[in-house]
Design a protein around this ligand. Sequence first.
Ligand code: NA7
Length: 538
Amino acid sequence: PRDLPVTRLDAAVIGAGVAGLYQLHRLREMGLDVRAYETGSGVGGTWYWNRYPGARFDSQAEIYQYWFDEAMYKAWQPSERFPAQPETERWLNWVADRMDLKKDIQFDTRIDSAHFNETTQRWDITTRQGERIDAQYLVCCMGMLSAPLTDRFPGQSSFQGQILHTALWPQEGVDLKGKRVAVIGTGATGIQVIQTIKGEVGEMTVFVRTPQYVIPMRNPKYSAADWAGWGERFHELKQRVRSTFAGFDYDFDAPPWDSLTPAEREAVLERLWDDGSLSLWLSSFPEMFFDEAVSEVVSEFVRRKMRDRLKHDPALCELLIPTDYGFGTHRVPLENGYLEAYLQDNVHTVNCRKTPIERIVPEGIQTADGTVHPFDVIIMAVGFDAGSGALTRVDIRGRGGRSLKEEWQREIRTAMGMQIHGYPNLFSTASPLAPTAALCNMTTCLQAQVDWVTDCIAYARAQGKTVIEPTREFEDAWVAHHDETANKTLVVKTDSWYMGSNVEGKPRRLLSYIGGVGNYHRQCDEQAAQGYPGFAMR
Ligand code: NA7
């Protein structure tokens, strides 16, 4: 690596998605010599990679936004309440062009390693494409759900048909028309795929392991007049999303559960159900996160809706309606015609709780009962090494040569999800122990983190300090606060990527901070206002 050409920078940003674009803008605005590095050939991050049929966000367009430029907010016209991936990718390209960001982004470049050099007090970074970067600050804007689990089953390479990973969906060359298609996975991703391709494929077999509570999405078109209306509320929304529990414009504003009669509770649930958004989950009764009895009432409300849509078919209800965990204790997907897919004659199911997938064979998928299910195409919607995976897939070494990957194999810890003790001048967004995906509307939290990181760097520079790093004590305190908050909820009792339990051997800890977005920002702001007492500057 010593012979590689070296680029010297004040700051290297990894990633050109929602966070990376804004981080590049903020650091450039500060006058730093900064460059962003992006594995993809275009901007967008999540919205660049996840091109699978039906991909869209579950936050409303009016709040899945940047807040640093009112004119920009008003100038973009979302076509509907929950726009799909192609529109979101176009939007992020439009933002990047408007801000003239692309000239400072190096595409098709994967960061392989980042080692902190204690002599120079700078990061020594290498790319797979054969370049070295020498940067004072390293800001990882690599996303929370960006390390896809690709090698899930033995025998994958033997398959004679086409295997498609939702998070690595090809830009072209996919034709599902009339094909025998398998879908593995019924998380938020699998659900969007299934409902979208159900009319196009010949036969589809869904391999269902853990069923999901789902909410039908209400996705009206947005006219120019609608958008002008949102534009008028720009300042109000901008303030609002920073203070609510989950960074949406709605909050837990139902009356206390105990103050209502069963009929009144039902009326609240019905009203939120009809909104067709995540408000049933993130703005109804917070008691459902703490109290098993409340959780059961809300869960049963959703199950009832699901049973009706499944026409009370006993086998489908048994397969597709959750009973062993509570509504909202992991990601609740919005959907549109997902359950109805199973009523179609060309849609079949395999219950992986009874007959798990054993291996992939040349003709298709072999289950534990010895059956080989033949397919032309296998779609893997099997999820991500969430939160930590993006960082541990890079060989990151901090002070004393410590390896982040090795440390996080034992315990995943951060200080407010933005810095890690032992890794000076390494910052990150969407990392473990900050409010992230679904427990926060991503654009809200990413921008707040970018702002905090930028202000922190500016402060250290103004003080004439070269490096900044959280103290062990502060990180310990954050981890303890995070765990204490998490352990009061039912979320920690449910297995999912939220807890890291979808990846074998991953230490169990809630990856997203659940103390509320407003509360999180207050604590971050407090650190800044007090001169970063939890951080050591040298
Ligand atoms: P998820 O939510 O992790 O879903 C992955 C799905 O794949 C889930 O249904 C898994 O079942 C299933 N899976 C994984 N491995 C297997 C095996 N071996 N056999 C059968 N089924 C399997 O990922 P998504 O991409 O859907 O969503 C991630 C987030 O992205 C989402 O929450 C949004 O915030 C955006 P399991 O639950 O493990 O039983």
